[in-house]
Design a protein around this ligand. Structure first.
Ligand SMILES: C[S@@+](CC[C@H](N)C(=O)[O-])C[C@H]1O[C@@H](n2cnc3c(N)ncnc32)[C@H](O)[C@@H]1O
Length: 476
């Protein structure tokens, strides 16, 4: 990023060095809010940062709380999600092609376009603050350019721009621009919806909505009722879940004490379904093959302890295994293991969770940048690993035991195609009715998961991530 003009090295009121190009409070807290959003957006673009990890630390460093923090979050997430739409509009408003605009300046324009087209910020404030930001990051000449472009953007509202930029006669193109998803993801999601493909518009819109923060009460250590008494709201389906209204999860005592955690409801339900799936014979040893960072392991560990069973939780990566250790109780064994190279005898486990590494296309609501970072090649690259891990999970479970194959992606090439491929080569596995098992463990009437035997959650139907579940029982 070029250094800011006239910026002086100084120390802010918390004693941090303020370097040239760093945030200034001179324009008031609003400027710091936009500057923070801009810095996070730049870090996402230039050094593959994750907005959901970087933003909280930037807010803390800059003492942004309450409404300022909420606005910085909205501007960061909204701009990153809406990039596809905003670039289509900006391309019509700029007299140079977007690829000839410097990265920092283009991000200022995107931030300005988001404020103009998707917030209630008055246009003069949106344009004025963006022009100031452009001056700070790119100099006065570029500020004039930003002013001209954003004034053109401000001449129409979003609906009017979409009439112009969404290509008629090209349905995937229209959906892609209107809902700011890459074309290949629109196609993949439509394929995964199958017979319900006319729901695609609702699904894409749900991907752009901010998800509620869902908490899980770890079995035996906390209850959903306790979370509700602490100010959360009852959730729709998981008996262990509660929804947090605005605010910091750490304000809830059970979360601070690691007896509860943040976890999407579908993630809770697939773990509960594995624990409830019908099984022949003993039920004493459970395996979580890809456990990091430990969300589902935390839930399974509680259930295992209540049943006097023992969970072993593994991950390939040391730092992810370390996170698992913090999420589980002392009875759980945690190990750094390559799940494709078993460190146990065949048939050692009664229940096995394989929450496979995947593209995460089911969690686009939470990771605003991931839709632009993933490529169709990411799906192809993960396929062999997903197959190898599933084969290994099926070897780890004893005859009569159950494997749950789970992905946080509805992409067919990561879900049913993987399971069908692996099962085609063996005669000793039966598919259980996953929607039926899920409906049994859910507290509300859980429908819309598909006709079975596999189950697919959807953000627009269930308000959850698009999690996939296949419950598989070894027969021999
Ligand atoms: C989808 S995440 C699991 C999420 C976790 N179950 C949870 O609920 O928090 C997939 C995990 O698989 C791990 N992984 C990737 N390849 C692996 C392998 N060969 N063996 C074991 N773990 C692997 C990754 O490090 C990552 O932590």
């Amino acid at each position: 990023m070029p250094p800011a003009r006239n910026a002086r090295t100084a120390r802010d009121r918390r004693g941090h060095d303020r370097r040239p190009g760093g945030p200034r409070r001179t324009g008031g807290p609003e400027d710091l809010v936009r500057r923070t959003a801009f810095d996070v957006i730049r870090a996402v673009q230039t050094r593959d940062a994750y907005a959901n990890l970087l933003l909280p630390s930037r807010l803390r460093d800059r003492d942004l709380t309450g409404r300022d923090a909420a606005l910085a979050t909205e501007l960061t997430y909204g701009t990153l999600r809406g990039l596809g739409t905003y670039d289509a509009v900006l391309a019509l408003c700029s007299d140079r092609p977007l690829r000839r605009i410097d990265g920092p300046l283009l991000d200022v324009l995107r931030l300005g376009a988001h404020q103009l087209l998707a917030t209630r910020i008055p246009p003069h404030a949106a344009v004025g603050t963006a022009v100031e930001l452009a001056r700070s990051v790119s100099g006065p000449g570029q500020a004039k350019f930003a002013n001209a472009v954003l004034r053109k953007v401000a001449t129409r509202d979003l609906a009017a721009w979409l009439e112009i930029v969404a290509p008629p006669g090209d349905e995937v193109g229209r959906l892609s621009v209107t809902h700011s998803h890459p074309r290949w993801i629109v196609t993949a999601l439509r394929d995964a919806l199958g017979a319900d493909r006319d729901e695609i518009e609702a699904l894409l819109a749900a991907d752009n909505a901010r998800p509620r923060v869902t908490l899980v009460a770890k079995p035996g250590r906390a209850t959903a009722e306790e979370l509700v008494e602490a100010g959360a709201e009852p959730a729709a389906y998981s008996p262990q879940a509660a929804l947090l209204p605005e605010g910091d999860p750490a304000a809830v005592a059970a979360v601070r004490e690691s007896r509860a955690a943040v976890q999407d409801e579908a993630s809770q339900l697939v773990a509960l379904a594995l624990a409830a799936a019908p099984l022949d014979g003993p039920d004493a040893t459970w395996l979580d093959l890809c456990a990091g960072p430990g969300g589902k392991a935390g839930l399974l560990a509680g259930l295992a302890t209540l049943r006097d069973a023992r969970l072993v939780a593994c991950d390939l990566q040391h730092h992810r295994a370390a996170l698992v250790r913090r999420a589980v109780d002392d009875r759980t064994g945690v190990a750094v293991v390559d799940g494709t190279v078993p460190a146990w005898r065949p048939g050692a486990f009664d229940r096995v969770l394989l929450d496979a590494p995947c593209t995460g296309l089911g969690a686009l609501r939470r990771r605003p940048e991931s839709r632009w970072r993933r490529q169709p090649s990411s799906v192809a690259e993960l396929g062999p690993l997903q197959r190898s891990l599933l084969a290994s999970a099926l070897e780890a479970v004893r005859p009569g035991g159950v494997v749950a194959y789970v992905t946080c992606s509805p992409h067919l090439a990561e879900t049913r195609v993987v399971v069908d491929d692996v099962l085609r080569r063996r005669q000793d596995v039966e598919r259980l009715d996953s929607p039926a098992v899920l409906a049994e463990v859910a507290s509300g009437g859980l429908e819309g998961l598909g006709d079975g035997p596999y189950a697919q959650f959807w953000p627009h139907r269930h308000g959850t991530d698009a999690m996939f579940l296949a419950l598989l029982r070894r027969t021999g």
